[in-house]
Design a protein around this ligand. Structure first.
Ligand code: GLC
Length: 445
C-alpha cells in the first residue's frame, strides 16, 4: 500500500517537473483562470497581488480553537500577504454540529466561507456532494510535493482519485497523566490497571475525579469506543468493508468502556463530556488522567490557561487483551466549491497546510504535523517533547481508522446511539453490539 502511494507521488512529481520544463505554465493558468471566477484576479492573477492595492477578504472557518494556533496562522499569513485579509469564523467545537452547519451552508451553495477545515471522516461525503473544490490543478501548478506528506493522511483526503483537501494535522488518542501524582514507572499499562489507579488517586492532590474521557453521544464517543473495541481485538468493519462488529472481542471492549464510564471515578455527568469539558477539568487539576488528542499537552502547559503546567506526562492508551489502540483523527483544509475567491483561498490553504503553517500549528497548538520532516524540527520538539517518543510515533502509525463511507454520519449515529444506551445501562454490551450489527447492515448498503 505504502509503496504504491510513494510511487504515485513520485510519478506526480515527475509529471509536474516535465510540465514545468515544457512550458506547462499555460496549462496551469488556464486551469485556475477557468475556475476562479473572482473579480479581483481579472485576466492575470498578478494584477490582484500587486499594483492596484485591492484587498480580497477571505473567511476561514474551523471549530473553536482553545490554543493560539489559529490566531497566529492568520496573523502570519495576513502579514505576508497584504493583498489578502483572512478573517476567522469560529464554528462549533463538536465535530458533528460543525459538520451540520457546513452542510446547511453548502447545500444552499453559500459562498460565505472560503476555506474550511474538514474532519478526517468527511472528505468522501463532501467530495461526492460537490461541496469542495478538487485541488489537483493547484497542486500541480505550484509543484506541491505530495510525497512529502504522511501518505495515510494524504489519502484520507482523496476520493475518486482526486485530492479534495490537504492534510493539516494528525490526531491519535493518548493518555495524559499528572506527573506529580503518577510516577513514570507507575503509568498504567492496561485498562484494568488504569481503572485501579484512577480509583485510588481520585481525591488526591486536589483532584475530584480519577479519569476523564469523552462520553457524550457525539463523534468523540465513537473515537473512544473504537479504541476500546480495537484494544480488545474487535472491529466494526472487516478488511472487505463488511460489518464485523458482533464478536465477543467487541463486546468485551464495549463492556470495559461502560464499566469505566459508569464508575465513581469519572464525573457523574460524563455523558455530557466532549473534548472541551474534559480538557477543562484536566487543566483545572481535577483529574490525574485524561484520554485526549495531542493538543492536550500544549493546553495543559499554557500558563494563561492551566493550573498543572509542568506536571503533565503522555503515554500510549492502556492495553486491552489485544494491545493498545488509538483512534485515528485529524483535520485537513479544503476550499468551498462556491467560494468567490478560489485563487486566494488556495494561497491561504497552501500556507496553512505547508511547512510554515504546520510549524505554527505544532508550536502554538501542539498539533502533530502531517509533514514527517517537521518531527525533526528543533523548535517543534522543544514545544512538544513527546513527539519524538517511540510510544507516540507508534500510536500515530498504528492508529485505527473509523469506517470510510460517503454516508459516514449515519454510520456514526448507529455507533453513538448504541454505545450511549449501554453507558446509560438501558442495554447490555451484548445487546448494544447486536443492535449495532443490525443497524450498520442497514446503513452500509
Ligand atoms: C478530533 C479528531 C477528529 C474527531 C474528533 C471527535 O478533533 O481530530 O478526527 O472526529 O476529535 O471529537
Amino acid at each position: 500500500m505504502k509503496a504504491k502511494h510513494w510511487l504515485l507521488a513520485l510519478l506526480m512529481v515527475l509529471v509536474v517537473a516535465l510540465a514545468a520544463c515544457s512550458g506547462g505554465d499555460d496549462g496551469a493558468s488556464e486551469d485556475t483562470g477557468g475556475d476562479s471566477g473572482e473579480a479581483t484576479s481579472g485576466d492575470s492573477g498578478e494584477e490582484a497581488s500587486e499594483g492596484d492595492g485591492e484587498v480580497v477578504e477571505l473567511v476561514y472557518a474551523r471549530g473553536q480553537d482553545s490554543t493560539q494556533a489559529t490566531e497566529e496562522i492568520v496573523k502570519a499569513f495576513n502579514e505576508a500577504n497584504p493583498n489578502i485579509n483572512v478573517s476567522f469564523r469560529e464554528m462549533p467545537s463538536d465535530t458533528g454540529q460543525q459538520h451540520d452547519a457546513y452542510v446547511t451552508m453548502l447545500n444552499a451553495e453559500s459562498p460565505e466561507i472560503d476555506v474550511m477545515d474538514l474532519d478526517v471522516i468527511w472528505p468522501a461525503e463532501f467530495a461526492q456532494a460537490g461541496y469542495v473544490l478538487d485541488l489537483d490543478r493547484f497542486i500541480q501548478r505550484d509543484g506541491i510535493e505530495t510525497g512529502d506528506y504522511n501518505q495515510g493522511a494524504l489519502s484520507a483526503a482523496q476520493f475518486n482519485g482526486k485530492q479534495w483537501a490537504m492534510p493539516k494535522f494528525i490526531d491519535a488518542g493518548m493518555l495524559f497523566y499528572r506527573t506529580d501524582l503518577v510516577g513514570e514507572d507507575e503509568v498504567p499499562q492496561t485498562w484494568d490497571e488504569l481503572a485501579e489507579s484512577a480509583s485510588t488517586l481520585q481525591g488526591e492532590g486536589g483532584t475530584e475525579f480519577g479519569y476523564l474521557m469523552q462520553a457524550k453521544q457525539y463523534e468523540g464517543l465513537v473515537c473512544n469506543a473504537v479504541e476500546f473495541i480495537a484494544a480488545y481485538g474487535g472491529q466494526i468493519l472487516d478488511e472487505n468493508g463488511d460489518v464485523a462488529v458482533n464478536t465477543p472481542e467487541t463486546v468485551k471492549g464495549i463492556a470495559k468502556l461502560v464499566e469505566i464510564a459508569q464508575s465513581d471515578y469519572v464525573p457523574g455527568n460524563i455523558n455530557t463530556f466532549t473534548e472541551v469539558e474534559s480538557h477543562t477539568a484536566f487543566i483545572e487539576g481535577q483529574s490525574p488522567y485524561i484520554r485526549n488528542w495531542p493538543y492536550q499537552w500544549n493546553l495543559a502547559n499554557d500558563e494563561n490557561e492551566s493550573e498543572i503546567v509542568g506536571n503533565v506526562g503522555v503515554a500510549p492508551l492502556p492495553e486491552g487483551d489485544a494491545g493498545s489502540a488509538a483512534a485515528l483523527g485529524g483535520w485537513m483544509t479544503a476550499i468551498n466549491a462556491y467560494s468567490e475567491n478560489k485563487e486566494e483561498a488556495w494561497e491561504f490553504l497552501k500556507f496553512m497546510t505547508g511547512p510554515e503553517g504546520q510549524k505554527i500549528s505544532a508550536i502554538y497548538g501542539g498539533l502533530a504535523p502531517t509533514l514527517p520532516e517537521l518531527f525533526e524540527d528543533e523548535e517543534i520538539l522543544e514545544a512538544n517533547p513527546f513527539f519524538q517518543e517511540e510510544g507516540f510515533q507508534n500510536a500515530l502509525e498504528s492508529a485505527v481508522s473509523r469506517p470510510v463511507a460517503p454516508n459516514y454520519p449515519e454510520v456514526s449515529e448507529v455507533i453513538q446511539i448504541n454505545v450511549s444506551r449501554a453507558i446509560a445501562g438501558e442495554v447490555t454490551p451484548e445487546e448494544a453490539v447486536a443492535a449495532m450489527e443490525e443497524e450498520l447492515n442497514q446503513v452500509m448498503q
